[in-house]
Design a protein around this ligand. Structure first.
Ligand code: 26V
Length: 813
């Protein structure tokens, strides 16, 4: 947009006055931030209104991305950049004696997600807007986002994330768009002429109120909507009769029992607890979202039969899978369609992404629970199941009872949401090539056999503008000065950087930028953790949720091994290294929490040992989230992507590190395989078991962790250190970890992969000694990272799954 510094200052001073009733020099950083947010919102508002009215009047097909999680982080800097007014605002503020960084700093992260799945959803919204796809998000406005992690005495301790305490300047509450969601009760049937009608009676009603956040596209006038639903008591009043009788607390009980639905984000990212409240959450936003799509759709006036021509609904994992029976319910019970018509529309509208093969993360609901809470929805699921089984027998000629049981939606008293999602959609995609192959050939093979045309791959992508423009301004400037700014809209252009592989002065510049980022992070680490690290050391990072399959313990066991070597020989000639860890554990995941304690324990021993002359440091940075990642990733030399092959569906941190010039230390898992293909084998460090080997071991049962332990003295030494009193903790502290590795036979092959990991780390130390060789690898990673922009991923979803067209918008601000 066009804006001069003078206009900005005038607007801003007026805004400060109206929103704070104070002189500008008396305002706090928060007030300045809020006032700026209000202004930016007004600029965006014009574009937003234009976008919505164009979609409606020109009757364009729209895609609704349903996700239980949207991990959007901060908005201000992005919005300023995307409007093209960042520099103007920065200069304008400076002339008012305000540092823009102080304002950006006070914004709190919107952390309504656990990890990769939620961040991906946020990135997809950004990409849809930025490549002009008419697409919106639908989710839950949790009052508490993912918990704040603090480390106390080396342990993770959780604190609530009250991200709304200072209000959220970006959202609009839309009372007029509220809808009712119905739970419990029972279904009555009656004949209405020829038609059997179903009616839910004696239900509990909850008001779902939407809060809309504008999602701005990059310099293209498009503003899509993220609609998050909040639960309120139906009239938002308490039980007056009860209150007047003096029952003050119980008068508010109902209100609380309703509001609790959107109180908190479940902090598990790979373990399904099967809690009733979570089921309520899932139906809550799905029902509200689908109802509101109908309301919007009806304003287009094209007739209900053409619904699938104008609406695509994507379900992000199975959490929104109730969208399938909910859509059926509305088409059957409210629009009075036949089952066949309704089913056709439903399957044409819905598409589904699978994000994990981990059995413990696959959602299953007890049938009795579902029937109690959602009687009509359960009837519909049972009918879907009945017709599906009929097809299996009559159309696909499957009669073997074991084969049939493997495919049922309802089995053993449980409702399998992945099966419902596959049966009720026209597209099922994995999130990296390898993951999709595993789905097709192993985990979901029985479904692939009957629906081969439904399965497809959509490799994940990241918000490249965030990870470059916002997180790494130094690198962004170097890239822009060298190959121009085209990469902002078309990140494959980054490949042009490959021309500079042998340009020593360019490699020097690149090294210098990385070094500066490392200096900044070293300062942050000193300020926050009191640990001094050498910015000339190799910065080796593992930042992601803590999970046994991600193998943070493989990493720390290797650190323990390096430390042993240094203790034996303090003059050992190795480049200094800083191992940085960050990530949250699910609060109820005991072993993962012990891994955090282990990292911190090992850190406290190593960091306080003067005898090793600062050659090794271990840092655990608490409260990993989008903001911390944005500080860390630009400073990384090595990116640890070391999951047990087959377990990490894709990974997206791997792409962010790569884009910022880190060299990946990787197993051939998830998108690491594609990173290798982009960057070439000489620019990635590989190690470890391959997928087939992992599956072989699981199948033949020949894996023997004790055998490896007994035959590898170096490895045995570090495992023994977990339990022999070597570490300054009670002797039994780390027994659970040691048990998982030995007694329970090392499900994730830590022992098997240890030696190959150690050798890979040795190669890294060797290569790092040669500054130019290292910088060349780093450059190759940056140059080849463009393929992993979410812009391209969304392009592929739009053409091959959703069949939605770009809508270019013209508007002058
Ligand atoms: C499952 C459950 C089970 C019920 C309780 C709460 C909960 C929350 C999330 C999940 C889904 C876990 C799947 C997941 O997060 N997968 C990750 O998705 C990323 C984006 O596709 C991908 O990069 C990661 O490799 C994958 O682990």
């Amino acid at each position: 947009m066009k804006l001069t510094i003078a206009e900005f200052k005038q607007d801003y001073i007026a805004q400060i006055k109206s929103s704070t009733a104070r002189q500008i020099n008396e305002t706090t950083a928060l007030e300045r931030y809020t006032a700026l947010g209000e202004m930016v919102k007004e600029y965006i508002g014009n574009l937003w209104a234009n976008t919505n009215s164009t979609y409606r009047t020109e009757q364009v097909k729209q895609i609704y991305y349903f996700s239980m999680e949207f991990l959007t982080g901060k908005f201000m800097e992005n919005n300023l950049n995307y409007l093209g007014i960042y520099e103007i605002v920065k200069d304008g503020l400076r002339s008012l004696d305000i540092d823009i960084d102080d304002i950006l700093e006070v914004e709190v992260d919107q952390g309504l997600g656990n990890g990769g799945l939620g961040r991906l959803a946020a990135g997809f919204l950004d990409a849809m807007s930025s490549i002009s796809i008419p697409g919106h998000g639908c989710g839950i406005r949790y009052k508490n986002g993912l918990f704040e992690q603090r480390i106390i005495d080396g342990y993770q301790v959780e604190f609530p994330d009250r991200w709304l305490v200072n209000n959220n300047v970006w959202e609009y509450k839309r009372n007029n768009k509220a809808v009712i969601v119905k739970y419990n009760g029972h279904v009555e049937t009656h004949m209405d002429g020829e038609r059997l009608k179903f009616e839910l009676v004696n239900y509990d009603a909850v008001r779902a109120v939407p809060y809309d956040t504008p999602i701005l596209g990059f310099e293209n006038n498009t503003v899509n909507t993220l609609r998050l639903w909040s639960a309120e008591e139906i009239d938002d009043i308490f039980d007056f009769e009860n209150f007047s009788k003096g029952n003050y607390l119980s008068a508010f009980e109902k209100k609380h029992s309703v509001e609790i639905i959107t109180q908190i984000l479940y902090p598990n990212d790979a373990y399904d607890e099967g809690k009733l409240l979570r089921l309520k959450q899932e139906y809550f936003f799905v029902s509200a979202g689908i109802q509101s799509i109908f309301n919007t759709y009806k304003k287009m006036n094209v007739g209900i039969n053409r619904f699938a021509e104008f609406v695509a609904i994507h379900i992000n994992d199975t959490h929104p899978a109730l969208a399938i029976p909910e859509l059926m319910r509305i088409l059957l019970d409210e629009e009075e369609m036949t089952w066949e018509e309704a089913w056709k529309i439903t399957t044409q509208c819905i598409s589904y992404t699978n994000h994990t093969i981990m059995a413990e993360a696959l959602e299953k609901w007890p049938l009795y629970m579902l029937r109690d809470l959602l009687p009509r929805i359960t009837m519909i699921i049972e009918e879907i199941e009945r017709r599906f089984t009929e097809d299996l027998i009559n159309v696909y000629h499957i009669t073997d009872p074991n084969h049939l049981s493997a495919m049922h939606i309802i089995y053993d008293g449980m409702v399998r949401m992945a099966h419902l999602s596959i049966i009720g959609s026209h597209s099922i995609n994995g999130v990296a090539k390898l993951h999709t192959e595993i789905l097709k050939n192993k985990e979901l093979k029985v479904f692939y056999d009957i629906y081969p045309e439904r399965f497809n791959n959509k490799t994940n992508g990241i918000m490249h503008r965030h990870w470059l423009l916002n997180a790494n301004p130094g690198l962004t400037k170097l890239i822009g000065d060298t190959i121009g700014d085209g990469f902002k809209k078309n990140p494959r252009v980054l490949r042009d950087l490959l021309k500079y592989r042998d340009d020593k002065s360019f490699l020097d510049d690149l090294f210098e930028i990385k070094h500066q980022n490392k200096e900044n992070l070293a300062k942050y680490i000193k300020d926050k953790q009191g640990i001094v690290v050498d910015p000339y050391a190799i910065f080796d990072m593992q930042a992601k949720r803590i999970h046994e399959y991600k193998r943070q313990h493989l990493n720390i066991l290797h650190v323990m091994h390096l430390y042993r070597q240094l203790k034996e020989n303090p003059n050992l000639d190795i480049p200094p290294r800083v191992f940085v860890f960050a990530g949250k554990s699910a609060p109820s995941y005991y072993v993962a929490k012990q891994i955090i304690k282990l990292i911190n324990t090992v850190g406290s021993v190593i960091n306080n040992d003067k005898s090793i002359k600062d050659k090794l440091k271990v840092v655990f940075l608490p409260n990993y989230g989008v903001s911390l990642a944005s500080h860390m990733i630009p400073a990384a030399d090595v990116s640890e992507q070391i999951s047990t092959a087959s377990k990490e569906a894709s990974g997206t941190g791997n792409m962010k590190f790569m884009m910022n010039g880190a060299v990946t230390l990787a197993t051939l898992d998830g998108a690491n395989v594609e990173i290798m293909n982009e960057v070439g084998e000489s620019n990635i460090i590989l190690f470890g078991l391959k997928v087939e080997e992992v599956y072989d071991y699981y199948q033949n049962g020949h894996y023997n962790a004790y055998e490896i332990y007994n035959n590898s003295p170096d490895l045995k030494a570090v495992i023994d250190e977990l339990v022999n009193g070597y570490l300054p903790v009670p002797k039994d502290e780390f027994i659970p970890i040691a048990d998982r590795l030995l007694r329970f036979n090392d499900e994730f092959f830590i022992l098997k992969d240890f030696e190959s990991y150690r050798l890979a780390q040795e190669r890294i130390a060797e290569i790092y000694r040669d500054k130019y060789q290292w910088s060349k690898m780093s450059l190759a990673n940056i140059a080849c990272s463009g393929a992993f922009s979410a812009d391209y991923t969304i392009e592929r979803y739009a053409t091959s799954i959703w069949n939605v067209q770009k809508k270019l918008l013209d508007f002058k601000l």
